[in-house]
Write a protein that binds this ligand. Structure first.
Ligand SMILES: *[C@@H]1O[C@H](CO)[C@@H](O)[C@H](O)[C@H]1NC(C)=O
Ligand SMILES: *[C@@H]1O[C@H](CO)[C@@H](O)[C@H](O)[C@H]1NC(C)=O
Ligand SMILES: *[C@@H]1O[C@H](CO)[C@@H](O)[C@H](O)[C@H]1NC(C)=O
Ligand SMILES: *[C@@H]1O[C@H](CO)[C@@H](O)[C@H](O)[C@H]1NC(C)=O
Ligand SMILES: *[C@@H]1O[C@H](CO)[C@@H](O)[C@H](O)[C@H]1NC(C)=O
Ligand SMILES: *[C@@H]1O[C@H](CO)[C@@H](O)[C@H](O)[C@H]1NC(C)=O
Ligand SMILES: *[C@@H]1O[C@H](CO)[C@@H](O)[C@H](O)[C@H]1NC(C)=O
Length: 486
C-alpha cells in the first residue's frame, strides 16, 4: 500500500514537473519546463535575456525565440533560434520547452516543433542557462556536461567569448564558423551575406555575397579584413592594445589544424560585431549611461572598402565626395583590353644573375595601404632586408611587405584589392617590383619639377630686386626734388 502511494506520488510529481511554465523572469530552465508568452530567461548579471520577440519594424505576425541585450534601449538580438521558421502569432500558443529527454524545442501550439537543438541527456537533469556573455548553454547529468551552446551556432553577430574557427585537414575545410546576415532589418532569415575565415587558410576574414541567398553562399567576395598583423587586421584601422581585442590561436603556415579568433574586451563595456543585411560589418559598443550603441568601426562603407573596387594592379583612394578614385600602381598603365585594372607598362628584367648590376629590377614604395590579397607568408624571413632580397631573387615575386606584425609577405600574382587609407599613419608599406627604368624616369620628372621651382624663384628674386631698385630711385628723386624745392 505504502509502496503504491509512493509510486503515485512520484507520478504526480513527474506530471506536475512535465509542463511547468515559467511565467516571469527566471535564471534557469530545468528539464520539463517551458518558456512561454512574455516570460524571459535572464543571465545572472542581467545583461542578456532570452524570450520570444517580433523584430522591430516587423508586422508582429511572426515570433522568434532570441537572445537580447537587456540594457540596450533599442531591440538588439545577437542570436535567434528559429530564424527561418517563425512561430505564427496567430497560433493558439507557443513555447520554448526543454523536454524530459533534454531537447530544447520551439513549439507552435502544443505539438508542432519548428526548431530544436536535437540534444539528448541520457543522465537526465537537463538545464538551460543564459550565461553572462550571452551564451545560451544546455547541460545534462549530475556533472552538468555541456550538450549544446548557442555560440556554436551563430547567426549574424560575433560577441566576446565566441570563436571564429577554421579547421582544416590537409588544406580541405573540415569545420568553419560562418555568420550570415539577416535578410532585412525586420527578417532574421538568412540573407545575402556570409562572414568567415578564408578557407585557404590565410587567416583573413571575408564577407561573401551570395546571389541566391540560400546557397550557403560564398560566391563573390564582397569584403576582406586584410592580413592578420599580430594584434589587429591590416585593413581595419583600429589599433587594439596588446592582449586586448582580437587574438589568433593556431598556425597559418600549416595546412591542417584549427585557427581560431577570439576577442578579449578592454573593460566592462559590451562589444558586438554585426553583419548587417546590406553586407556591412559594424562593431558597436554599448554606452552604459544611455543604453545606446556607439559605432566603433564599420566596413565596407565607401566604395573603396569593397573588394577589388578598381580592378587589378591599382590602388583605390576615396575622393572628396566618397567616390572611388582609381590609380594604376607605379610601372603599370590602364589596360586596353575589355577587363578592368592595369597592366605593366614595361616588363620586369627579372634575372637573378643581373641583380647586382645596374639596370635590372627595383622596388617602388607605396605607403599607407591595405596590403593586396593572396600574399604568401615567408615564415623563415625575419627582417625587411632579407624580405627584399628574397623577392628580388625570385622571378615570380612581384611585391613584398615587411612589418613586425605581419612578418615577410610576398606576392606572386596580379595585385588585387589595394586600398589607400585616407589618414597618414594608417595602413602598411608595400614594395612593388618594377624595372629600374621606371624609377629612373620618375626621378627625372622630379628633377624637372625641381628645375622649374629654381627658375621661378630666380624670377621672383629678380622682380623684387627690380622693384626695390625702382623705389630707391624714386625716393632719391623725391629727396633730391624736395631739396630743390626748398
Ligand atoms: C543538475 O545540473 C546542475 C547544473 O546544471 C547541477 O548544479 C546540479 O548539481 C545537477 N543536479 C543533479 C541532481 O544532478
Ligand atoms: C539579396 O539578393 C537579392 C537577389 O540578388 C536581391 O534582390 C536583394 O535585394 C538582396 N538583399 C539585400 C538586403 O541586399
Ligand atoms: C553563385 O551561386 C549560385 C547558386 O549556387 C550560382 O547559380 C551562381 O552561378 C554563383 N555565382 C558565381 C559568380 O559563382
Ligand atoms: C572601455 O573602453 C572604451 C575604449 O577605450 C571606452 O570608450 C569606454 O568608455 C570604456 N568603458 C568603460 C566602462 O570604462
Ligand atoms: C549598410 O547599413 C548600415 C546600417 O544601416 C549603414 O550604416 C551603411 O552605410 C550601409 N552600407 C551600405 C554600403 O549601404
Ligand atoms: C641581364 O639583363 C639583360 C637585360 O637587362 C638581359 O639582356 C641579359 O640576358 C641578362 N643576363 C643574364 C645572364 O641573365
Ligand atoms: C619563388 O617563389 C615561388 C612561389 O612562392 C616558390 O615556389 C619558389 O620556390 C621560389 N623560388 C626561389 C628560388 O626561392
Amino acid at each position: 500500500m505504502a509502496r503504491a502511494t509512493c509510486k503515485s506520488l512520484a507520478l504526480l510529481i513527474f506530471f506536475l514537473s512535465l509542463d511547468v511554465r515559467v511565467d516571469a523572469a527566471t535564471a534557469i530552465l530545468a528539464q520539463g519546463q517551458s518558456l512561454a508568452g512574455d516570460a524571459t530567461l535572464t543571465s545572472s548579471n542581467g545583461a542578456f535575456s532570452l524570450s520570444f520577440f517580433t523584430p522591430h519594424g516587423g508586422d508582429g505576425s511572426r515570433l522568434y525565440l532570441g537572445v537580447q541585450y537587456a540594457k540596450a534601449v533599442e531591440q538588439t538580438v545577437p542570436w535567434v533560434a528559429n530564424r527561418d521558421a517563425p512561430v505564427s502569432a496567430a497560433a493558439s500558443s507557443h513555447s520554448a520547452t526543454l523536454t524530459e529527454s533534454g531537447d530544447l524545442q520551439v513549439l507552435e501550439g502544443e505539438s508542432v516543433v519548428v526548431w530544436r537543438t536535437n540534444t539528448y541527456s541520457s543522465a537526465g537533469n537537463a538545464t538551460l542557462t543564459l550565461q553572462d556573455n550571452g551564451n545560451l548553454v544546455l547541460t545534462g547529468g549530475a556533472q552538468a556536461v555541456q550538450l549544446w551552446q548557442s555560440f556554436d551556432y551563430p547567426t549574424d553577430t560575433f560577441v566576446p567569448g565566441m570563436r571564429i574557427t577554421l579547421d582544416r585537414l590537409n588544406g580541405a575545410v573540415a569545420r568553419q564558423t560562418l555568420f550570415t546576415s539577416w535578410r532585412s532589418p525586420d527578417d532574421p532569415a538568412p540573407g545575402n551575406f556570409t562572414l568567415g575565415q578564408d578557407p585557404l587558410g590565410s587567416a583573413q576574414l571575408y564577407i561573401w555575397r551570395s546571389r541566391s541567398g540560400q546557397d550557403g553562399g560564398r560566391n563573390t567576395t564582397y569584403w576582406r579584413s586584410g592580413q592578420w598583423a599580430n594584434n589587429n587586421f591590416v585593413g581595419i584601422p583600429w589599433r587594439s592594445l596588446n592582449l586586448y581585442g582580437f587574438q589568433l590561436a593556431g598556425d597559418p603556415s600549416k595546412s591542417s589544424g584549427a585557427m581560431t579568433y577570439t576577442f578579449n574586451t578592454f573593460n566592462s563595456s559590451l562589444y558586438r560585431f554585426v553583419l548587417q543585411p546590406n553586407g556591412t560589418e559594424t562593431c558597436y559598443m554599448l554606452l552604459d549611461a544611455t543604453g545606446a550603441w556607439e559605432v566603433v568601426w564599420s566596413q565596407p562603407i565607401v566604395p573603396c572598402h569593397g573588394y577589388n573596387a578598381c580592378g587589378q594592379n591599382t590602388e583605390c583612394s576615396t575622393g572628396d565626395h566618397g567616390q572611388a578614385v582609381c590609380t594604376c600602381l607605379k610601372g603599370f598603365e590602364p589596360t586596353t583590353s575589355a577587363g578592368e585594372g592595369c597592366v605593366r607598362s614595361s616588363q620586369l628584367t627579372c634575372s637573378e644573375r643581373n641583380v647586382s648590376m645596374s639596370g635590372g629590377d627595383r622596388f617602388a614604395e607605396l605607403g599607407g595601404v591595405k596590403l593586396p590579397d593572396f600574399a604568401t607568408w615567408e615564415s623563415t624571413v625575419s627582417n625587411a632586408e632579407s624580405c627584399r632580397q628574397w623577392c628580388l631573387a625570385n622571378c615570380t615575386c612581384v611585391a613584398y611587405s615587411y612589418s613586425s606584425g605581419t612578418g615577410c609577405l610576398t606576392w606572386n600574382q596580379e595585385l588585387v584589392d589595394i586600398y589607400h587609407f585616407p589618414t597618414t599613419g594608417e595602413g602598411y608599406d608595400l614594395f612593388i617590383k618594377v624595372p629600374a627604368s621606371v624609377l629612373d624616369s620618375d626621378s627625372d620628372s622630379k628633377r624637372r619639377r625641381w628645375t622649374r621651382v629654381i627658375v621661378s624663384v630666380a624670377i621672383a628674386v629678380a622682380f623684387v630686386l627690380a622693384a626695390c631698385g625702382f623705389l630707391l630711385w624714386k625716393c632719391r628723386r623725391r629727396i633730391r626734388g624736395g631739396r630743390s624745392e626748398t
